[in-house]
Design a binder for this molecule. Structure first.
Ligand code: B12
Ligand code: SF4
Ligand code: SF4
Length: 378
């Protein structure tokens, strides 16, 4: 007969050996509060559409693994500061990938750890049932981590660990092993409300509740035209947003570099904007393909780069933008280029918009061209 108490300790010890920063154990009971929360969020239209599964599947581990008894939650810390960040200078302005896209794609790194952990357990218990997930599975990685005592749920929605702050990736294994559960962490945000006040788009409707459709992390990943109200607010972010984490006092001084895989290449995570406009599919894949932030392809990143150039009023980019506006086959790119040209507002840019408008056939693009021209009078 296996001693589950001992197996838990061995699993904890092994997790440390393979570089898992924090591990916790939770029951596989229904996540009742999460289920009503998910239904409510859906009704309000606050979900992003990136979530997998319906509220029942998401909140009832038994639907994912009929024999489930417990869930092992893991966390890996990632850095918050870059060594030698390149300067963001006029004439060579740069964009910015959020920290969760620094280094190698975390899905790959956590998957490897979870598979190792799974193999370790299987060796000791050959008839074990297990199912691992990271990000793309049905379970709420945060709700699991909260129950397993990895961290508490902050007003910025993040799981905040006492050791590494909120800069942790999460993943889990659902299993039929009846591991003894750990206790959730009792801390919380208290009276602090800094992240809610700092959010540039008021996406945090209230502490712990996000309207994902207003969240810049979501907006940078959409493929269509970005709504006007957000075009300045995204600033130079080409992927993701870290504001509600960087302002958090608990994250102050938290910066961990012990996973080589998550070390950022400054030229990739703070790339010059202009070269992004001309990058081929092959080059994009070679340069950014292993980063979490490239999963939606190059179009959203290029659209955001164009908006960032408009935001900086980067006159040096006018020729490149005119080229895109006149030649790119993608309406979103032509239209956004026209908008940013208007924002930059040199005489050549207005002249080029007017010229392109005369031959443009796409209605959405012509609308953007008109918006671009409107900057002239405002
Ligand atoms: C969809 C999604 C998004 C969407 C929506 C985010 C959101 N807040 O819901 C978008 C695209 C906006 C997004 C952005 C980001 N994401 Co994301 N995302 C997910 C995904 C796939 C599902 C999240 C989800 O289901 N949300 C629905 C809400 C309702 O549930 P939840 O947040 O999971 O669970 C909490 C709430 O339900 C809350 N809750 C339950 N009941 C109640 C009741 C009350 C009254 C209250 C107040 C709260 C509450 O408690 C739960 C635990 O905290 C998860 C991976 C996964 N499979 O879980 C990653 C995940 C949440 N994302 C992650 C990250 C890193 C980010 C970004 C930081 C990336 C970036 N830098 O741009 C931002 C942060 C934005 C933010 N402030 O949340 C990490 C979070 C790690 C951590 N330490 O918390 C995850 C877990 C991925 C991973 N495996 O590491 N993401
Ligand atoms: S990620 Fe950015 S936009 Fe989204 S809630 Fe946090 S601060 Fe707001
Ligand atoms: S900024 Fe304040 S309110 Fe927001 S998560 Fe951090 S401690 Fe909580």
């Amino acid at each position: 007969m296996l001693d589950f108490h001992q197996l838990k300790q061995e699993t904890i010890d092994y997790s440390k050996e393979i570089g898992i920063d924090k591990i916790g154990f939770a029951s596989a009971d229904v996540f009742g509060e999460l289920k009503s929360r998910l239904i409510r969020q859906e009704q309000l239209g606050y979900q992003s559409g990136f979530e997998k599964g319906d509220p029942e599947e998401r909140a009832e581990p038994e639907r994912l693994l009929p024999t489930s008894q417990s869930i092992i939650s893991i966390a890996l810390a990632y850095p918050s500061k870059m060594k030698n960040p390149p300067k963001n200078e006029k004439g060579a302005r740069r964009g910015q990938f959020a920290r969760a896209s620094w280094g190698e794609d975390y899905h790959t790194v956590l998957k490897e750890k979870l598979q190792l952990l799974g193999a370790f357990l299987q060796e000791r218990m050959p008839d074990i049932d297990l199912k691992w997930m990271v990000d793309t599975g049905e379970l709420s990685d945060r709700a699991v981590a909260e129950r397993a005592g990895i961290g508490f749920s902050g007003k910025n929605c993040a799981i905040i660990t006492p050791e590494f702050g909120s800069y942790v990736y999460l993943g889990e294994i659902v299993t039929n092993v009846p591991f003894e559960p750990d206790e959730p962490i009792q801390e919380g945000c208290g009276d602090c409300n800094i992240c809610v006040d700092a959010c540039p788009t008021d996406a945090l409707v209230q502490g712990g509740q996000l309207n994902a459709n207003r969240c810049i992390a979501f907006l940078t990943q959409t493929k269509g035209f970005l709504e006007d109200e957000y075009r300045t607010k995204i600033g130079n972010r080409v992927y993701g947003c870290d504001t509600c984490q960087t302002v958090c006092p608990i994250n102050r001084g938290k910066d961990f570099h012990h996973h080589e895989e998550f070390e950022p290449d400054p030229e990739k995570v703070k790339p010059k904007l202009r070269p992004l406009l001309r990058i081929s599919n092959r080059e994009f894949k070679e340069r950014f393909g292993r980063m979490a932030g490239s999963w939606r392809g190059k179009k959203p990143i290029q659209r955001n780069a164009i908006l960032a150039l408009g935001h900086y009023k980067e006159t040096e980019a006018v020729d490149d933008l005119i080229h895109l506006m006149k030649n790119d086959p993608r309406p979103v790119i032509r239209g956004t280029a026209a908008y940013s040209l208007g924002k930059i507002g040199t005489p050549e840019s207005y002249e080029a918009i007017a010229e392109a408008l005369a031959s443009e056939k796409d209605e959405e693009v012509t609308e953007e061209m008109e918006k671009g021209l409107d900057f002239q009078v405002t």
